[in-house]
Design a protein around this ligand. Sequence first.
Ligand code: NAP
Ligand code: MG
Length: 474
Amino acid sequence: MKRIAYSELNAVEHWLDVVDPATADVVAQVSAGTAHDVEVAVRRAQAAFPAWSQQPNSERARWLDRLADALEARIPEFAEAETRDTGKPLWLTREIEIPRAVANLRFFAQAATQFASESHHGQAGLNYTLRQPHGVVGVISPWNMPLLLFTWKFAPALAAGNCVVAKPSEVTPLTAQMLAELARDIDFPEGVLNIVHGLGQTVGQAMVEHPGIRAISFTGSTAVGKHIAEHCARQLKKCSLELGGKNAALIFADAPKDKLYDHVVRAAFQNTGQICLCGSRLLVERRFYDEFRDTFVAKATHHLVGDPLAEGSFLGPLVSKAHHDKVMAYLELARDEGARVLAGGQRIDVPGRCANGWFVAPTILEGLGPHCRTNQEEIFGPIVTLQAFDDEEEALSLANATPYGLSASIWTEHLSRAHRVAARLDAGIVWVNTWMQRDLRTPFGGMKQSGLGREGGLEAMRFFTEPKNVCIGV
Ligand code: NAP
Ligand code: MG
């Protein structure tokens, strides 16, 4: 069985199983890294920093492009590994997620060459801004889109001239490790990108506490994000937090019916509901409610849950037994809170190879008020609720009635209503008549309990640099 570790040089005391959630088979083992591994990684990154940061921007861009080329040449292999590690259907990893990781590398390669700073004059002296890399930065990423979110974080850090210590989720470490091997194959400069595997409480915590790591970019749950922010505060360490969501879809009676259902089904259930941007609260204008509900239920239940390696599967299993158990507990809670189950509501047994997998049926609930736990807490599974509203005001108050503020979608042909509602939603990202369409230049992140700071485009380049004002007396 394949065993993966940060470095062959460090002895590994504990190994963690890497599990295929479609079969419950152990497919590899990953080292449970230690604070010592983090120490070694920080020292290597510090040693690599002067040469890496002093290269012309175009040289750093060239390295990111080379890594993108190498990854692009092996998309099928990476897609299969990501599918085995996460249970995502192969079409999703092959067509979307691994190609998006390639796109992230290319996008930030270009950002390295395009990033520029400001100058100010005409008031007091001649001022220019230097935007300098921090040095060594830390990147901590979750299991729900392993390679996509990992590249989204480390690529801008490297583009801006930093060296990186990174901890992918130990639940899904395979593709990050394959990328590290790919980097080695193409002679990517030594020490620039260091991947330390292991648990959040040990490796993640050691990164957050290490004084040599000058900034932390974290994507994960709100609870862990708050914990990280507290520890960063003790050293005034810069941190960027991309956290959970409980996103609403506001569906008006004049929604464009030709695309509404396909998009809303995807927003509800893609990746088995394990995307921070999933629309899990469907708010529907009352006069359209019955028609929407019946059509939505029919379309959602038409999609196949099954073996992620089989071409026809739309949904795979949940990522782990622990997560499966959490989602099942939420189903029980929803019933206790008085939910009517319109579809799903139970495990699915997939025969054959996947008989032991952690599959849950796409579940649609109605009859729950906005303040029950089912409508307040992030479940991160294939569970959506339906609520009716009478007018725009009520739609907004339902949409904004959670502690989260990551994303929302508005479905209407009424142009001025779309703009009006978008401006009043508590959300960092609002889609109108679409979902998860992404221009990588736009600010990405959430408000309220969904995060602190923004990623994407120049926002990420700014996070990974320190602005320094130089004022010349003229
Ligand atoms: P998580 O439990 O918060 O873990 C995220 C990462 O943090 C993992 O690598 C984890 O390691 C690590 N970690 C845990 N404790 C730590 C500590 N004390 N110090 C440093 N690092 C620590 O989240 P998850 O369950 O993997 O991912 C799902 C969550 O991510 C959901 O809430 C989802 O909404 C959110 N998410 C947000 C976005 C966004 O852009 N806003 C995007 C995707 C996902 P371990 O695995 O060992 O615990
Ligand atoms: Mg796994």
